[in-house]
Design a protein around this ligand. Structure first.
Ligand SMILES: NC(=O)c1ccc[n+]([C@@H]2O[C@H](COP(=O)([O-])OP(=O)(O)OC[C@H]3O[C@@H](n4cnc5c(N)ncnc54)[C@H](OP(=O)(O)O)[C@@H]3O)[C@@H](O)[C@H]2O)c1
Length: 218
């Protein structure tokens, strides 16, 4: 499959490597055509890898990922252009983290809305599915590194797009437990979890942890 990843940071390159290993063609998108980090990734990833602008990657991909800084995701998607995103599934891993006052960050969007809802509102004909934003990127693509069973979440309005993302999480990335929280508004919960995630990170000095739900059997 042709996959476009908006982003050139560690999440984009980690997911990109995994998708290339799985046999897909991947283009990373940036503000500029010749982004240095994307160029280094293309060199390391081989002939199935390519780079371009946000618009190039969005046009290229049959399936799209938003791996841009949460503070700038709306700008990045605007640059990607609505006509390149129309009708496609966009897996949104971004978090609205604002580090302008240091660590831990605060959320730039929260409570009565979420970044995922803002992206969906800006792109009404794109199927935004929030996923994987609650774990560090090494765990996103290799959940087994933390053990056999722990939980990941999806939120989105389009059931077919969500089913595609659940398949990708389970069959491509190896997640055994995917919890469908409901429509895109439910991303308010997973984005706000970053308030706890960042504090756990500060406490544990590592991002390699995740949620494992424990509940009373009914
Ligand atoms: N790091 C993790 O393990 C992790 C885990 C869960 C979720 N996330 C979320 O995943 C996203 C990506 O994280 P990351 O650490 O890989 O990268 P990042 O540093 O948060 O974001 C890098 C990307 O944001 C773009 N960007 C920055 N400023 C921009 C602007 N003014 N306008 C348009 N685009 C702009 C950059 O564009 P250029 O390519 O042009 O430089 C680059 O592609 C973030 O939202 C983060 O919160 C990260």
């Amino acid at each position: 499959m042709k996959i476009g990843i908006l982003g050139s940071g560690q999440v984009a390159t980690t997911i990109g490597h995994k998708l290339i290993q799985l046999g897909h063609q991947v283009m990373l998108g940036s503000r500029t055509q010749n982004n240095e980090k994307a160029a280094a990734w293309v060199k390391a990833a081989g002939s199935a890898a390519s780079q371009g602008t946000f618009a190039d990657a969005a046009r290229f991909g049959e399936l799209l990922w938003n791996c841009t800084s949460g503070l700038h995701s709306l700008d990045a998607l605007r640059e990607a252009r609505e006509d390149n995103l129309r009708g496609k599934t966009l897996i949104d891993v971004s978090n609205p983290l604002d580090f302008s006052q240091g660590f831990p960050p605060f959320l730039s969007v929260c409570n009565t809305t979420s970044l995922a809802e803002q992206l969906q509102a800006a792109l009404p004909e794109t199927h935004v599915v929030k996923a994987l934003n609650t774990v560090t990127c090494s765990v996103m693509v290799d959940p087994a590194r933390l053990g056999p069973k722990h939980d990941i979440f999806v939120s989105g309005n389009n059931e077919d797009a969500k089913a595609l993302v659940v398949m990708i999480l389970k069959e491509w990335f190896g997640w055994s437990s995917v919890i469908d929280l409901g429509d895109i508004k439910s991303a308010r919960g997973t984005e706000a979890y970053l308030l706890l995630w960042t504090r756990l990170y500060g406490h544990l000095k590592s991002g390699e942890f995740n949620i494992q739900l424990v509940r009373r059997e009914l």
